[in-house]
Ligand binder design. Sequence first.
Ligand code: NAD
Length: 394
Amino acid sequence: MGGTSSDTAGSSLRTTPGTTPGTTLRTAIAGVGMIGQVHLDAVRRSGAPVVGVSASTPARAKEAAAALGVGRAFDSSEALVTSDDVDVVHICTPNDAHAGLAELALRAGKHVVCEKPLTTSSATADALAALAADSGLVAAVPFVYRYHPMAAEARARVLDGRAGEVRLVHGHYLQDWLSEPGDTNWRVDAAAGGPSRAFADIGSHWCDLVEWVTGHRIAELTAVSQTVDRTDPAGDGAPVRPDTEDVVQLLFRTDRGATGSVTVSQISPGRKNRLWFEVDGTRTSLAFDQENPESLFVGSRGENAAVLRDPATLSPAAARLSVVPGGHPMGYLDCFAAFVRDVHAAIRAPGAAGGSAADGTGGTFPTFDDAARMVRLTEAVLDSAADRTWKEVS
Ligand SMILES: NC(=O)c1ccc[n+]([C@@H]2O[C@H](COP(=O)([O-])OP(=O)(O)OC[C@H]3O[C@@H](n4cnc5c(N)ncnc54)[C@H](O)[C@@H]3O)[C@@H](O)[C@H]2O)c1
């Protein structure tokens, strides 16, 4: 990341644009593939205008702007993130472009929502987090599973003591979209996706979520990884081994004495987006399944329950995210909408940058600091898998 370090961060920042209550937050989205369109929907639901988009080429940007009903197609993402006509930028490009665009945007005085992984190296992520902190701008990363009401309910039950002391955290995040020999994507290539694939792409979501739910931090870990051969579509059918991992299995200890494990895979047939975790406390166990997010398993020695999402009965932190009555299923798109609402609330509340306290229990939306931590964790995972030793996570 050109020129950014914690020493020099902020030296060439422009002034934060006027974002007092009622100000229209003109939003532009760099990259409108799968997730860029989810961001677009969330921003529109918040009431803010999406004033422009960019794509991999100017022609594609024009096509996308027309298809999505957006007024302006920027010729480049660099032009988009520095435009005087934009207050908030969403960076939804492949991973290798995140750091450069986020730095440009912050230096141009824009609030930034940048997709994960924030960067593909921890030094760059830390520098970017420092730049964001110095800027006073809101810099958020959509680890959006925090916004499932029943995940927030799990967190509330840990924080208020109903779960007891957390002893054990375990689970998995499984997908199948790379399980066939011919399956590929830009993520498979380390040059575009970064040195870690499965862990950076989805393992980071799981770790961010369980750290947020428990308040524990993964302090030490050991990992094994696996990469399977593919068939190169441009080759003669000979197997090729990608340079990024398909599977990570992780054992860890937290800073507060719990132990845990997680299996992360993108080659598990039939598993589409199976993020599942369980937190076992001294009083109750809490289990959440992202694909069935309307309930939370609460286990105890006496009786087990599936607590249903119902704003009338949930903890305040979960009820505030529960925007329709129970029995009217909510899901992934609602998480993004709630995330964007919190980001906008923070932009409009001077001093609130760096996480919303709207749920009364501390920040909900993940910041560049949280995202930089996940990049450091990812590096520890790769290092451990490479030399088969335990690693501390800074
Ligand atoms: N938070 C989440 O839940 C979540 C979910 C999916 C993806 N993501 C992240 O979002 C990012 C994009 O993933 P995706 O699944 O949408 O990928 P995608 O391949 O569907 O879309 C990426 C788009 O960016 C375009 N692009 C490439 N270079 C560009 C540039 N310089 N400027 C503008 N556009 C450019 C591509 O042509 C493509 O249309 C990744 O970093 C990924 O990790 C996050």
